[in-house]
Structure formats: C-alpha cells, structure tokens
Design a protein around this ligand. Structure first.
Ligand code: COA
Length: 190
C-alpha cells in the first residue's frame, strides 16, 4: 500500500554466528558464491582458498547454519606489512545489514594481530556497489599512474591483463593507536 512500504532491516539477523570457514565447507560455499555473485561469480571460489586461507578468513552463518556472508583474506607473503582482501560477499536477501562490514572488522583485527599495516583490495571499477562498500568501511582508492578514472574511480588500465582494468584500494591500519579497530566495520551511528 502506498506510504506503507516495509521498513528495511539494517541490523544483522538475530543469532548470526561468525566462524572460520573450513575446507569441508567448500562445496556449499562454492555454490553459494555462484548464486550470490550471479553470472560473473561462476567458479569464483576454488577449493584452494579454503584449503590454504581458512585461518584468516571469516564465514557468517544464520542461526539455521546457512551461509550469510563470506570474506576470504590472507597475509601477503611478498609484502609482510600487507593483508589482502581477496573476496567478500553477502547473501542477497541479507544485504545492507552490516554483515560484510562485520567480516571486514574481524579481518582487520586478524591482519593487525599478524603485523599488517594495511589491507589491500583490488576490484573491477565497474563494480560500483563493491567500490562503494569498500569506501564506506574505510578503504581509500589509490591514485593510478597517469591518473586514469573509470566508472568514477581511480583505475589502473589493463592491471590484470588486456581489458582487465582494476581499482586498488587500501585500508590503513597504522600508525598504531590512530585507528580504533573496534570501530572498523562497526555500524555507523544513525
Ligand atoms: C559488496 C557486498 C559484499 C556488501 O555486503 P553487505 O553485507 O550488504 O554490506 P554492509 O551491509 O556491511 O554495508 C556496509 C555499507 O556499505 C555501503 N553499501 C553496501 N551495499 C551498498 C549498495 N548496494 N549501494 C551503496 N552502498 C552500499 C553502505 O554504505 C553500507 O552501509 P549502510 O547500509 O549503513 O548504508 C555485497 O553487496 C555483495 O555481496 N556484492 C556482490 C559481491 C561483490 O561485489 N563483492 C565486492 C567485491 S570487493
């Protein structure tokens, strides 16, 4: 009825649990990511990620044990001061309720505890929602050499190969004391 639209839920569903995903979770998480991401998500979660990076990744589950949000992240072996946010996704029916924000907060705490000074994420600039989300939780886009902008974001043309342009964003975790990690990813006060 006009003027009586249902109020949008803005908080995580009651009973949401966050835990480390395991390799055994792979079949259902791979299916979930395929569904959540749509066509572009097909094959986005090879078993490799859960076999090797469970210890720095996070899975949020609803009270019935079904997947609600996933973050795959790791410490960069080549850049010990950097953690890498490899993949983040939330079940479509549960978006805009702070689930991904919470996963970033948990990953930031992991990264900081392991000595990272920043988290780095690389994303297709046309993923406007992804870019908006990362900016909202505290990431900043790194200015590109030559100053290219695509879809309104600084972008590195052909970063991942021909026509594979990317925006690079970082979340600074240092200097120590400047960033209250409890507030990273915490819902904004409304
Ligand atoms: C991006 C994604 C992970 C966000 O998950 P989410 O759980 O809905 O995110 P949150 O609820 O924690 O959102 C935090 C903030 O990000 C911003 N944001 C999230 N989705 C947004 C959207 N569709 N449009 C604009 N801003 C958005 C908002 O500022 C939001 O805060 P608010 O709801 O209080 O305004 C989710 O949309 C998704 O799974 N997308 C498909 C996969 C993908 O593109 N991943 C990004 C690759 S890095």
């Amino acid at each position: 009825m006009a003027g009586h639209a249902a109020k949008r839920e803005t908080t995580p569903p009651p009973g949401l649990i966050a835990r480390r995903p395991t390799e055994d979770d792979h079949p259902r998480l791979a299916r979930a990511i395929d569904r959540w991401w749509g066509e572009q998500g097909r094959g986005r979660l090879p078993r490799f990620w859960l076999r090797n990076f469970s210890g720095t990744s996070w899975l949020a589950e609803t009270s019935d044990g079904s997947p609600a949000g996933l973050l795959i992240g790791f410490m960069s072996p080549n850049h010990p001061d950097e953690a890498v946010l490899q993949l983040i996704a939330t079940r479509p029916g549960l978006r805009r309720r702070g689930i991904a924000r919470g996963n970033v907060a948990r990953f930031a705490a992991d990264a900081r505890a392991r000595g990272a000074r920043r988290i780095r994420a690389v994303i297709w600039p046309g993923n406007r929602v992804g870019v908006a989300f990362l900016r909202e939780v505290g990431f900043s886009a790194v200015d590109s050499v030559g100053g290219a902008h695509l879809y309104g974001s600084p972008a590195v043309v052909d970063y991942d190969g021909e026509e594979e342009d990317r925006t690079i964003l970082t979340l600074e975790l240092e200097p120590a004391g400047q960033l209250d990690l409890n507030s990273v990813g915490a819902p904004r006060s409304r």
